[in-house]
Design a binder for this molecule. Structure first.
Ligand code: CP
Length: 335
């Protein structure tokens, strides 16, 4: 990835077949299961170029001038939605945030009708968060615009996994061989799902840890299409020697009666604490996608402690989303 010294924009070379175009094959970003390692590496390199832009006093570049991005969130969001919005604005795109609660969805308009309406208004990229798994995939089959999945049900949250990979790379030399422990409400976590795909494709050694009721059925012996990870119900086993410890939010709104005996017992057995982290690698980093239930899945002292990179994850969300906009629109070739 080359960066223009005059505009500080990431530049694609002017050869007839730019190398990025050969690597990048995606029109939509639905999950990381269909990403190649070369594509993930390209996202990391492009994010680095965007990061450089964001370190400048004037962060705005004209890369997406004339393009329109619409965000369509059927679920609440703080980090994801605002970082997509900031990223689009930094690249000079026109951006519209459709608030579902004040749209015609409240009059019964279907998802497909809403998408077709947004496309008729000129959207080039639609960023969608939806409570139902598969909604972004359905959307991608009905519109010509590029669809970015900003989180669908329990299924996937690919842009979160990409910013998590980028954050790990800021602290570790390589993802290959990295011992990553993902601890918490695995069954309901689209973040865990997409991270398992991304991390295993990049060669990390992934362990997932939860009470058996919060682990997907059959995760020890997954279907051929799903990556193999280590599985434990013991948090100390998961943390021992880990380079990265990733906590997950206990999704209180998605719990059904009986999955955990009580929040107090869950916290006693599965909270990431300073004492437990003493058995991790010396330079362990602690991650969490947010929002955090402090002192339930992770101790307050850890959230705000020196090993925590939780705020860096949020910051990196803007650069990653800028990189994805850039790659989806073919970049700003020298013309
Ligand atoms: N990590 C994440 O998806 O956070 P938001 O729900 O605030 O977007």
């Amino acid at each position: 990835m080359e960066v223009s010294q005059t505009t500080m924009e990431p530049k694609l070379k002017t050869d007839s077949a730019p190398p990025e175009q050969k690597i990048w094959q995606h029109k939509h970003i639905l999950d990381l299961d269909d990403f190649t390692t070369a594509e993930i590496e390209l996202v990391m390199q492009t994010t680095k170029a965007m990061h450089e832009i964001l370190s400048r006093p004037i962060k705005k570049v004209p890369t997406l001038r004339g393009k329109t991005v619409v965000t369509l969130f059927y679920e609440a969001s703080t980090r994801t939605r605002s970082s997509f919005e900031l990223g689009a604005k930094n690249l000079s795109a026109d951006i519209s945030n459709l608030t579902v609660s004040s749209s015609s969805v409240t009059k019964g308009e279907s998802l497909i009708d809403t998408l077709e309406t947004i496309e008729a208004l000129g959207a080039d990229i639609i960023v969608i968060r939806h409570p139902h798994s598969g909604a972004p995939d359905l959307a991608s089959k009905h519109v010509k615009a590029s669809i970015i999945n900003a989180g669908d049900g329990w299924h996937a949250h690919p842009t979160q996994a990409l910013l998590d990979l980028y954050t790990m790379l800021q602290h570790k030399n390589s993802i290959k061989g990295l011992k990553v422990a993902i601890i918490g409400d695995i069954i309901h976590s689209r973040v865990a799902h997409s991270n398992i795909w991304g991390l295993t494709k990049m060669g990390a050694d992934v362990t997932v840890c939860a009470p058996s009721t919060l682990l997907p059925k059959g995760i020890e012996n997954p279907q051929p299409h799903f990556p193999k990870v280590k599985v434990t119900t013991n948090i100390d086993d998961a943390i021992r020697g880990a380079d990265v410890v990733m906590g997950l939010r206990l999704q209180l709104e998605r719990q059904q009666n009986g999955l955990i005996p009580s929040i107090r017992e869950y916290a006693a057995l599965y909270r990431i604490t300073e004492e437990r982290l003493a058995n991790a690698a010396k330079d362990v980093i602690v991650m969490h996608p947010g929002p955090v239930n402090e002192d339930i899945e992770i101790a307050s002292s850890v959230v705000h402690g020196s090993r925590s990179v939780i705020n860096e994850q949020v910051t990196n969300g803007v650069a990653v989303r800028m990189a994805l906009f850039y790659l989806l629109t073919g970049g700003n070739r020298d013309e």
